[in-house]
Design a binder for this molecule. Structure first.
Ligand code: 13P
Length: 335
């Protein structure tokens, strides 16, 4: 696989006015989302829900690709078309979550490291054959009393870089995601410092593992005060802090940065992205790879009437895609 092909895929993922929909919840995570709205967590319900999202009419106007879960990339539409083929036929790039989740970091209470490197080369080879062209790995950095430790940041950066190198070897664009978690009462400055040191460690590790940045996408968290912090920040404060942090730690050669929503409200996630793009020009396209901020409204509607609300749920997916697509251009207007 040539770097040129990886770079082409990476650029297509962040094409102007387009972003990614993350529908790669593990079976455990989707169980929580379904439980929240009273849907039974069966394989058929998961399949039907992912089909609703992916078959939203005109989704490809604002969505360049979707991140799938291992089960989902093996599933089909009700008409028997594999989801990855359905996406490719409809101008969307199939992606796949390849990490195996977080586990306690031994010796470091309160901290986690993402696992999944063992056997990853063979899994990537299979995912490529199943149609995936990019792959996501999420690392989790918690903020709290005396955490994160340097050890946690280094361990996660090392794993991200090992996975990214394997992805490129197998022809998949790595979407590297070091998520600094919003939970806690820390202030925005603390989030800034933790985000900066995490990104610096990540790009050092990518360099050390010979990862070609021109064929890599960063999935970043925004610089925000903790959810329980007394002093919340304005939209412009979040946008300025996030931009400054990224500019100080992320090489300009990267084809693009997409954000996770991380528990922000739908409107906040869109407003922050829009503000950052209005503050441009920036060194990279800044777009979205939202999970909850793309899906929550649709899931709620669908759960109230699985057949009756199907089209209405899809309409909200389209609305969220359009709002975020406009925000990726700095052209969104609230309401
Ligand atoms: P949220 O946007 O819900 O944070 O999910 C994005 C994601 O893929 C996290 O890994």
């Amino acid at each position: 696989m040539s770097i040129e092909q990886l770079a082409e895929t990476a650029l297509a993922m962040v094409a102007p006015g387009k972003g990614i929909i993350a529908i790669d919840e593990s079976t455990g995570t989707i169980a929580k989302r379904f439980a929240g709205v009273g849907i039974e967590n069966t394989e058929e319900n998961r399949r039907a829900y992912r089909e609703l999202l992916l078959s939203t009419p005109k989704l490809n106007e604002y969505i360049s690709g979707a991140i799938l879960f291992d089960e989902t990339i093996r599933q089909k539409t009700k008409d028997g078309v594999p989801f990855a083929k359905y996406m490719a036929d409809n101008g969307m790039i199939p992606g796949i979550k390849v990490d195996k989740g977080t586990h306690a970091l031994a010796g470091f209470p309160g901290e986690v490291v993402t696992e999944g490197l063992d056997g990853l080369r063979a899994r990537l080879e299979e995912y490529y054959k199943l149609g995936a062209r990019f792959a996501k790995w999420r690392a989790v950095i918690n903020i709290g009393d005396d955490i994160p430790s340097g050890t946690c940041i280094e361990a996660n950066a090392h794993a991200l870089a090992r996975y990214a190198a394997l992805c490129q070897e197998q022809g998949l664009v790595p979407m590297v995601e070091p998520e600094v978690i919003m939970d806690g009462n820390h202030d925005i400055e603390t989030c800034y410092e933790v985000s900066e040191v995490t990104l610096r460690a990540l790009f050092d590790a990518l360099y050390n593992q010979n990862v070609a940045l021109e064929g890599t996408i960063l999935k970043a968290s925004m610089v925000l005060p903790g959810k329980d912090c007394d002093e919340q920040a304005s939209v412009d404060e979040v946008a300025e802090a996030t931009l400054m942090c990224l500019k100080s730690a992320v090489p300009a050669i990267l084809p693009g940065i997409v954000f996770l929503s991380g528990g922000q409200s739908d409107d906040d996630a869109t407003a922050h992205l829009d503000a950052m793009n209005r503050m441009g020009p920036n060194p990279w396209p800044l777009s979205f790879s939202y999970g909850r901020a793309m899906q929550s409204a649709a899931l709620k509607l669908w759960s109230q009437d699985l057949t009756g609300n199907y089209a209405a749920a899809q309409a909200t997916v389209y609305e969220r895609a359009k709002a975020n697509g406009l925000a990726a251009l700095g052209q969104w207007t609230r309401g």
